[in-house]
Structures are given as structure tokens and as C-alpha cells.
Design a protein around this ligand. Structure first.
Ligand SMILES: [Fe+2]
Length: 370
């Protein structure tokens, strides 16, 4: 597979232009947050049905939250789902689009049998997940105590729409964690054995846009991001297209036990693992794509290839301070269980590692990051 280019992709500068083009009405469900709906769509007099996700709990999606939403959605009549929000909204909407039931576990048990039941239009309001162009939904399976991906080609949106105006009110913390997530998508997909010349075109361009954006913020102040929101949204989308085909890998796999157990935002738990994983790749293999990546980063960061991970961390720390695992409350004796969880539940991701990482190596990386 060289590259999957799904779904149809549109962009509009404003919500007004988006609404004029898609004409949402009474046969449509807006699945979003009230704090997004009210300021951006509240005065348009839309006849749409709404479900506001925050009424079902804070934070990233759990099986429990999704089941409560599915229960309420099953009482409404609609044909199209407009998912307007961050990763939580998008991931839940993908699940909603392939079921008219109310339970999550049976979907994981029958991934191959999933069928799209509702047309899905995704509009991201953060610049990180790239989830608008992928076919995966990550839920915290509280009954298994980790995050797992539900994957099906039926979960691609019919349409993805980029509307940079929606990012105007994005709090800095969400900007930081989501854009770092996008950077991790770009790097992991570039190093994946499934990367192709096509996916790398998107990966490396995303890396460049994000790093240059951060460099400008360091120089001009963090508010400089407001004039670059469209660029960050596009970079996130590029990274989504890249990892949609080439996949993410160990950084994501190793971040899920931390995110699942300690409710660390996805991009932040990725950052906690990011350079630790890259340094360990380099201990095993220093040539091939990682050498290409390091040269590319060295150029962008203005340093020697040997210093890229430290320089990268220095730049990223200006956006989001990296923390050691113990600072999240992780106990050293939990690292064995984290390792076990990665090796047994995250093989989908671990198969995309630049070089294979065994349990001993994963445990070593956790120790170094502890
Ligand atoms: Fe991610």
C-alpha cells in the first residue's frame, strides 16, 4: 500500500462558509461541545439535533462514556453525524457511525463485521489527532485498564472539513499537547517500516511546519501561534494522512498505559516517551530512515545530527515541559505491568517500530524515563 487518501477533504476559513456549503438541518446530529457550538454556531438558527459530549464526563473517551452517549443517540432520529471537536469527539463519533446499538465491547469483538450506519462529517477543532482522516478510534477500556484502538475501514469519515476559525479559542495547553501529538505522528510514521515515498512526503512536511511554527513562537512569543493556526491544522492533517497508512509505533504504544492509568492527555503522555524511544532506536540501529530523519531535524534545528534529540527536547520544552514518569505518580514497581500491557495489547503499534523492541528494551526505556 503506497497511501490511502480518504475521505474527501474540504477547507473553509469560517464556520459560516462551512454551514453554507453543507446546509445542516433537522436530519443531522451535531455531536460536539457546548463551548464550541454556542460561540460558533449558536446564533445561526440551525435546526440540527445536538449531543454535547462534556455532559457525559471530562477527559478522553472511555467505554463507559461512549455507552452513555450511544444510549442517548439511539433515542434520536438522524442521518448524518457532524463531529465537531477534538480527539474525544472524533473518536466517539467514529464509533457512533458504525453502530445503532449501545455497547462498546461487542464492537471490539467483531471489528471485521462493522458496517457504516450513518454518514460521518468530521471537523477537527484541535491541531493534533489527524483523526479526521484515519479509520481508528482510541477508547480507554476501563474494564481492561488500557487504551485500545478500534479499527475498521468503515470508520473513515465520508468527509473531513478543516475550518481554522474553530481553533481561535483553543486554550494554549490543548494547542501544545495536540500539536506535539501531531509531531509524534509525523516522526513515528516516517520511521515506520510501512512508510512509503508518498507517506513520507506528508510526514516530513508536517515535521517542518510544526518545528518552524514552534521556533517562531519561541522567538516572537507564544501568542504568535494565533496567526499560524491554519498551518498547524494542515500539519496535523498531513501527519494524519501519513500515519493513516504507515502507522504509529512504540511512542504511542508505551504512552497508553500512562495515559490510561494516570489520565495524562494523549499528546503529553506521548511526549513523555518520545525522545526516550528515539534514543533507543539509535542504540540498536543508526542507519536507514533514522539517519535521514536526524539529518532533516538537524537542518531544521541548526545543530549536528548527534544532538538532534536534545535540541528537539529543548524546543518542545518551551511549548510543554517534559516530565519524568514518577512526576505523574507512577510507581517504579508498575513499570513491569506497563511493559506487559504494551507487549500484549499494543502489538498493532509495536509492529510499526523502526526496529523491533522486545520486552526487555521496553522495560529499559520506561526505567530511563522514570
Ligand atoms: Fe496520537
Amino acid at each position: 500500500m503506497e497511501i490511502i487518501l480518504k475521505p474527501d477533504l474540504f477547507s473553509f476559513d469560517t464556520c459560516k462558509e462551512f454551514v453554507d456549503a453543507f446546509n445542516p438541518g433537522e436530519k443531522d446530529l451535531f455531536f460536539t461541545n457546548e463551548y464550541i457550538y454556542e460561540p460558533y454556531f449558536g446564533k445561526m438558527g440551525l435546526k440540527v439535533k445536538t449531543i454535547f459530549q462534556e455532559k457525559y464526563g471530562a477527559g478522553e473517551p472511555t467505554d463507559v462514556m461512549v455507552e452513555a452517549i450511544l444510549e442517548d443517540a439511539s433515542k434520536l432520529q438522524y442521518e448524518r453525524i457532524f463531529a465537531i471537536g477534538g480527539g474525544t469527539i472524533i473518536d466517539i463519533a467514529k464509533v457512533m457511525s458504525v453502530t445503532d446499538g449501545t455497547k462498546v465491547d461487542p464492537l471490539y469483538d467483531n471489528m471485521a463485521g462493522l458496517k457504516k450506519r450513518f454518514e460521518l462529517i468530521i471537523v477537527p477543532t484541535t491541531c493534533g489527532t489527524g483523526s479526521e482522516v484515519t479509520n481508528i478510534s482510541i477508547l480507554n477500556r476501563t474494564r481492561l485498564n488500557t487504551k485500545m484502538g478500534l479499527v475498521s475501514s468503515e470508520m473513515y469519515a465520508n468527509t473531513a472539513v478543516l475550518v481554522p476559525e474553530l481553533l481561535n479559542t483553543l486554550p494554549f495547553g490543548v494547542f501544545a499537547t495536540s500539536s506535539i501529538d501531531a509531531l509524534v505522528h509525523a516522526v513515528e510514521s516516517a520511521l515506520s517500516p510501512k512508510a512509503t515515498p508518498y507517506t513520507k512526503l506528508f510526514s516530513y512536511n508536517a515535521i517542518k511546519m510544526i518545528i518552524q511554527g514552534y521556533q517562531r513562537m519561541v522567538k516572537e512569543g507564544l501568542d504568535a501561534r494565533q496567526s499560524m493556526l491554519k498551518d498547524f491544522l494542515i500539519a496535523s492533517n498531513f501527519a494524519g494522512i501519513a500515519f493513516g497508512t504507515a502507522g504509529c509505533a512504540a511512542v504511542h504504544a508505551m504512552s497508553y498505559p500512562l495515559g490510561g492509568a494516570y489520565h495524562v492527555p494523549h499528546g503529553e503522555s506521548n511526549y513523555a516517551m518520545f525522545t526516550g524511544v528515539l534514543k533507543n532506536y539509535m542504540e540498536i540501529k543508526t542507519d536507514g530512515e533514522i539517519a535521514v530523519m536526524n539529518d532533516y531535524l538537524a537542518d531544521l534545528l541548526g545543530c549536528e545530527a548527534a544532538q538532534v534529540y536534545d535540541k528537539l527536547e529543548e524546543l518542545l520544552n518551551a511549548i510543554l515541559q517534559k516530565k519524568a514518569l514518577h512526576e505523574y505518580g507512577v510507581k517504579e514497581e508498575e513499570l513491569d505491568a506497563f511493559t506487559e500491557s504494551v507487549m500484549t495489547t499494543q502489538t498493532r503499534l509495536m509492529n510499526n517500530n523502526f526496529v523491533p523492541l522486545d520486552a526487555k528494551r521496553v522495560r529499559k526505556i520506561y526505567q530511563e524515563l522514570y
